[in-house]
Design a protein around this ligand. Structure first.
Ligand code: K7E
Ligand code: CUA
Length: 764
């Protein structure tokens, strides 16, 4: 212990004085490395395009669906480095998501029928938009299996809300946002009765329904307002993906369908399976809906209420001119509105074409009431010939389309061909194709579904990886491939394995549009964005016992938890622990757990969390900080003692004998003075340069002085012990003084290194 202490100090001194081990550079030339690793010029070019040197950052941030993991994966482009998994529909222990009370409340919002759900089949993330452009404020994502939508705030990358759809049994066409994020769109998938009651399949056509929900987003609160939301009732056609209109088509929404045959299966009864019955016709229907009219219909009281949710009946929407159908070929998947809002691109999975519908043509047909008929529910059908602008043969199994910064240029994924087609929707011709590995689903260009796509890169989200990576068992990693689209010819530049399946869609935003915070206002409940009633400041910590309820108001700061002992708990008591992280410093997160109770919190600077559990058994329960936050992190610990029934304090042995002498105190005191000299030298350096020009360093210096300021109180206690010749406490308080010094020195050195690396200039 003492030797380790000295060693740590000598390291501090050495690094303060700028001493470092001699650097030895590898003598490899680029040619050597190429030869050794079998790399081509092309490989090198790809590496140079994707490599992000240490300390540098990515140009774009991608938010990928985590698929069945129910999470969102955040990674940088072009480096493809994973930055974070955001817990959304699934508990995520590192972030304490699902293990503290605040996040449990968020997850509870997504319970269905009182049933806890701990996973989701997340498909489509959507970034909030202003005038059709990404604004970097919020992210939404859907859950196909349990029809739900989640709201993530990009100020802290935390999930704030999960809502369950009250009228759908499954969904797929979410999350998509309208041009100013007025609404988050969610379309159903497999039809079912909207009231969620039992109806035999024989009554499928009459009683089963699809729908499209419009979730009102309150941007100020950063939450969906379910009370101001509504849905359109739709035929049981297996609605699929959706998109919102933009520019000239703003106010409208589109969703397609893949089983307008209304087939109900029954392979075990000798009937042809769903796949045959649902792909019998040559065309399905694109649904064209007007949500602005929908809003008015709801305001006029023309919606029904089903399960507490406003639903606009089909006949009401038809009469109001808010609902139309257009035939689309054949079992389509994606429906994507072009950046200018003038065209709608539909890909038929079983067709080799993408079909481009002209918005002006659709509008003209609606205006002239030029319908080719009505469907079985009385919805007017616009003619394909009247509305189609062009069809382009792109290849086998077209699924999804994204757009380039270059006008009229689009990219469509070809599932069967395992290719991406680059094509021009104005001229109606294919420009280039590239093979991917393998069986691509979605694809993503930078801000590629917004009103102003940025070009540069495309990511292919492939369904199969097959032979791409080191084998890790029969379940293979997912494969996201990065493609350079900055030139006429597409170039594949990176394979990125993802160990979480199955990501369906992803969205990428220019990194400089995101401005996440680094700390919360002290005492914040991050899941409600409000002041936490359990928050306390340093010095206000307390433990309150009322009957069988023990409530701890605690704090965390390098490197101690207050309180360190919780000893008023009896078996059967309900324990609530509030913890506030008092840190202001960047990245100084503390974690917390008491073993055996399935609780965990990640407490970022300023945050307050609640942990709750029943002390259902007697014993000694260590608790500790779970993030390696500082040199004395392991010592950031405590004990909760749970007494058995009827336990009475008897005669107890003294826990610790007095072991320290005057000599121990003097030795520690001298160490402190030496350390102070190191700190002074670092401070002298920092103040001798223009450190105030570096906000990061200013924050570090503030933090270091904050740590040092705590020594004042400690020194008073130490001096009192010295005066009383209590060498035990004098030595321990001297040790605590040194702890604060070490933390301050640690931060100070980080600041000094930063300044040296950024060539800070001497000031007078
Ligand atoms: Cu094509 Cu759910 Cu968007 Cu999968 S979906 S690929
Ligand atoms: Cu705080 Cu480890």
């Amino acid at each position: 212990m003492k030797r380790a202490t000295l060693h740590a100090l000598s390291l501090l001194v050495a690094s303060a004085l700028g001493l470092s081990a001699g650097l030895s550079w590898s003598a490899d030339s680029l040619q050597d490395v190429m030869k050794k690793r079998g790399l081509s010029q092309q490989d090198l070019l790809a590496a140079a395009k994707t490599y992000v040197p240490t300390g540098k950052r990515d140009e774009f941030l991608a938010f990928s669906s985590g698929g069945h993991s129910g999470q969102v994966i955040v990674y940088g482009i072009p480096s493809m480095r994973i930055l974070k998994y955001i817990g959304v529909f699934t508990p995520e222990p590192w972030q304490g998501y699902g293990y503290d009370e605040e996040s449990k409340a968020v997850l509870k919002g997504g319970w269905i029928n009182g049933k806890e759900l701990t996973w989701g089949d997340s498909h489509h993330p959507a970034l909030s938009e202003t005038k059709g452009n990404y604004d970097g404020q919020f992210l939404f994502i859907n859950d196909k299996a349990n029809p739900r939508i989640a709201v993530i705030d990009l100020r802290d990358f935390e999930t704030k809300q999960i809502i369950a759809n009250p009228v759908f049994m499954s969904e797929h066409g979410g999350a998509f946002v309208t041009s100013n994020t007025e609404y988050v769109i969610e379309a159903s998938q497999y039809a079912a009765p909207l009231d969620k009651k039992f109806v035999p399949l024989e009554e499928f056509n009459d009683k089963y329904r699809g729908g499209m929900s419009f979730w009102k987003f309150d941007r100020k609160k950063g939450r969906i307002d379910m009370g101001k939301s509504f849905s359109f009732e739709l035929p049981p056609y297996s609605q699929d993906l959706s998109d919102a209109g933009k520019g000239p088509s703003d106010g409208w929404a589109f969703t397609n369908s893949f089983c307008s045959e209304r087939y109900v299966g029954g392979i075990e009864r000798g009937r042809p399976p769903f796949e045959a019955g649902c792909s019998a016709k040559d065309t399905d229907y694109m649904h064209v809906l007007n949500w602005k009219i929908g809003e008015k219909l709801v305001a006029q009281g023309k919606a029904k209420t089903i399960n507490g949710h406003k639903v606009i009946p089909m006949n009401v929407a038809i009469t109001a001119g808010a609902l139309f159908l257009i035939p689309e070929p054949k079992s389509p998947h994606g429906v994507d509105v072009t950046p200018d809002g003038k065209f709608i691109v539909v890909s038929g999975k079983l067709d080799t074409h993408v079909s481009v519908y002209g918005w002006d043509k659709i509008q003209a047909a609606i205006k002239a009431r030029r319908f080719e008929g009505k469907d079985a529910y009385g919805i007017p059908i616009l003619g394909m010939r009247d509305t189609l602008y062009t069809q382009v043969q792109v290849g086998l199994g077209p699924l999804h389309t994204q757009f380039d910064s270059e006008k009229c240029v689009a990219y469509t994924s070809l599932y069967v061909d395992s290719q991406v087609a680059k094509w021009d929707y104005c001229k109606g011709k294919v420009l280039d194709k590239i093979s991917i590995h393998y069986n691509i689903g979605h694809l993503m260009t930078m801000e590629g579904d917004s009103a102003s796509p940025k070009g540069h890169y495309l990511v292919a989200l492939n369904k199969l990886a097959i032979d791409r990576f080191n084998p890790v068992g029969p379940l293979h990693p997912q494969n996201h491939q990065l493609i350079d689209i900055g030139n006429d010819k597409m170039q594949l530049i990176y394979d990125m394995p993802i160990g979480l399946g199955e990501p369906h869609y992803a969205v990428a935003i220019a990194a400089d549009k995101l401005k996440p915070g680094i700390r919360y206002k002290l005492g914040t409940n991050s899941r409600t964005d409000s002041k936490h009633p359990g928050a306390v400041r340093g010095g206000e910590e307390k433990t309150v016992k009322k009957g069988k309820k023990v409530t701890v108001y605690g704090t965390l700061i390098r490197s101690h938890i207050t309180p360190e002992i919780i000893d008023n708990v009896n078996v059967g008591d309900e324990v609530t622990i509030y913890l506030t992280n008092l840190e202001r410093a960047q990245d100084e997160t503390h974690g917390f757990t008491v073993g055996g109770f399935n609780i965990h919190a990640s407490v970022e600077p300023g945050k307050t969390v609640t942990l709750k559990f029943k002390a259902d058994r007697e014993g000694v329960f260590p608790y500790y900080c779970t993030e390696f936050c500082s040199a004395l992190h392991l010592e950031m610990q405590g004990y909760m003692l749970v007494k058995p029934k009827g336990w009475k304090a008897g005669k107890m042995a003294k826990a610790e004998a007095k072991v320290y002498t005057k000599a121990d105190y003097e030795k520690q005191h001298k160490t402190n003075l030496d350390t102070q000299a190191v700190i002074d030298s670092v401070v002298a350096y920092i103040t001798s340069v223009n450190y105030k020009d570096f906000p990061d360093v200013v924050a570090l210096v503030d933090d270091a002085f904050d740590q040092l300021s705590k020594t004042k109180d400690v020194k008073i206690k130490m001096d009192a012990a010295v005066k009383a010749q209590d060498w035990q406490n004098a030595t321990l308080w001297a040790g605590q003084w040194w702890q604060y010094q070490v933390k301050a020195a640690d931060i100070g050195l980080r600041a000094k290194t930063y300044l040296e690396q950024h060539h800070a200039k001497k000031v007078k």
